[in-house]
Design a protein around this ligand. Structure first.
Ligand SMILES: [Zn+2]
Length: 242
């Protein structure tokens, strides 16, 4: 069955409310407000528009609050990087400043809070970006692998094989894992956060090798392996905005 999407308008106590209705194979009526403030509703075929609209009216308080939240929250859009001298990046919770150096040899080198990008043609933005990304890939792999070794050791009693690390840049999650294939995928943007935040995410993913779901047992294990996980998660979410 092809899903259909239509825009409707319902009158609520807050006035006319547009919503997008999608007919889907779902059990119940689902409603959510998207970050662009559109109201999205999915409903099974058997439910009438009248029922749907009365459901929407019953959610008007939630819609009002969510819309207000998305309208007033600070702009999280990340400014496009330019890869120029003076530009700041975050690395393990601290600021690092880029320095572009014209040189005969191309390489990248970090000295404390400065990252030197040596490039043959300073004006070649594509080249600067390429060198920067190569450095980012390397530092992510180095730090994440280090953390994974620490966590792997903590899980010694489970005799887990050392997982393969994959890097991705994601906008909706910090990491994921494939318990069967023994792969952990981590978001490159984790490198911006303090090390303990990375450890929290890696520990979470390792727990999935023992419990693939988010069951009670999963959280009991996470709590035992990383008692401060809630704190680290909060720090991560306030430091790096995806
Ligand atoms: Zn999980």
């Amino acid at each position: 069955m092809a899903n259909s999407k239509e825009t409707h308008t319902v009158l609520t106590s807050d006035g006319a409310q547009d919503y997008i209705l999608e007919r889907k194979k779902v059990k119940n009526i689902n409603l959510r407000v998207k970050p662009d403030c559109t109201v999205y509703v999915s409903a099974p075929d058997g439910v009438t528009v009248r029922e749907i609209e009365s459901f929407i009216r019953s959610k008007s308080r939630y819609i009002r609050r969510a819309t207000e939240y998305f309208r007033t929250r600070p702009q999280t859009e990340k400014a496009e990087m330019k890869y120029i001298s003076g530009e700041k990046i975050k690395l393990l919770g601290t600021d690092v400043e880029l320095k572009i150096v014209q040189d005969f040899k191309e390489y990248t080198e970090r000295d404390g809070s400065r990252l030197f990008i040596h490039v043959k043609d300073k004006d070649d933005a594509e080249r600067r970006k390429k060198l920067y990304n190569a450095w980012l890939e390397e530092i992510c792999r180095e730090i994440f692998t280090e953390v994974m070794h620490d966590v792997h050791e903590k899980f010694g009693e489970y005799s887990l094989p050392f997982p393969q690390l994959k890097l991705r840049t994601m906008t909706s999650r910090w990491g994921s894992c494939h318990p069967m294939k023994k792969i952990i995928t981590l978001n490159r943007r984790l490198i911006e956060a303090p090390r303990h935040c990375i450890e929290q995410v890696v520990t979470h993913e390792f727990c999935h090798f023992v419990h693939p779901d988010h069951s009670k047992d999963f959280y009991a294990l996470l709590q035992r392996m990383y008692p401060e996980w809630r704190y680290s998660k909060a720090v991560l979410e306030s430091t790096v905005v995806l």
